[in-house]
Write a protein that binds this ligand. Structure first.
Ligand code: HEC
Length: 110
């Protein structure tokens, strides 16, 4: 009886860790980078600033962009090589770019 309860508890903790840890470590990193490097222009919720011609990252259009498009936009400034976006030239690692893309995808789901 006692053993069964203990076994169930262990399984529940294992499942909880399995679900929480990978998503936390990912989302946290990307979300933190987004907050420091992107939110000033694109807004905390990714809505952008239409008045300043800063596009929304959570619009239907933005959702249609591929991961490769987003990655290039963030890492190198996209096809037009926008300087404010060449984050790799400013020292962002490919892993950090990936985490930011994941964070943007997360925002698009909300
Ligand atoms: C200095 C302000 C500024 C900062 C900081 C900035 N952006 Fe942008 N972003 C813009 C502007 C302006 C555009 C529109 C560029 C264009 O029209 O070609 C844009 C476009 C984009 C696009 C393309 C959207 C579309 O629909 O075409 C993505 C994706 C994007 N930004 C993501 C990011 C992410 C992620 C970060 C942080 C790592 C970031 N931006 C930081 C100003 C900024």
């Amino acid at each position: 009886m006692k053993m069964t309860k203990l076994a169930i508890l262990v399984v529940m903790i294992a499942v909880a860790l399995f679900i929480l840890v990978p998503s936390l470590s990912w989302a946290e990193d990307g979300a933190a980078i987004y907050k420091t490097k992107c939110a000033a222009c694109h807004g905390a919720d990714g809505a952008g600033k239409p008045a300043a011609k800063i596009p929304s990252l959570v619009s239907d259009d933005a959702k249609k962009k591929s991961d490769a498009d987003l990655t290039d936009m963030i890492a190198n400034g996209g096809p037009n090589k926008k300087a404010m976006h060449a984050f790799v030239a400013k020292g962002m690692t490919p892993d950090q770019v990936k985490a930011v893309v994941a964070a943007v995808r997360d925002m698009q789901k909300k």
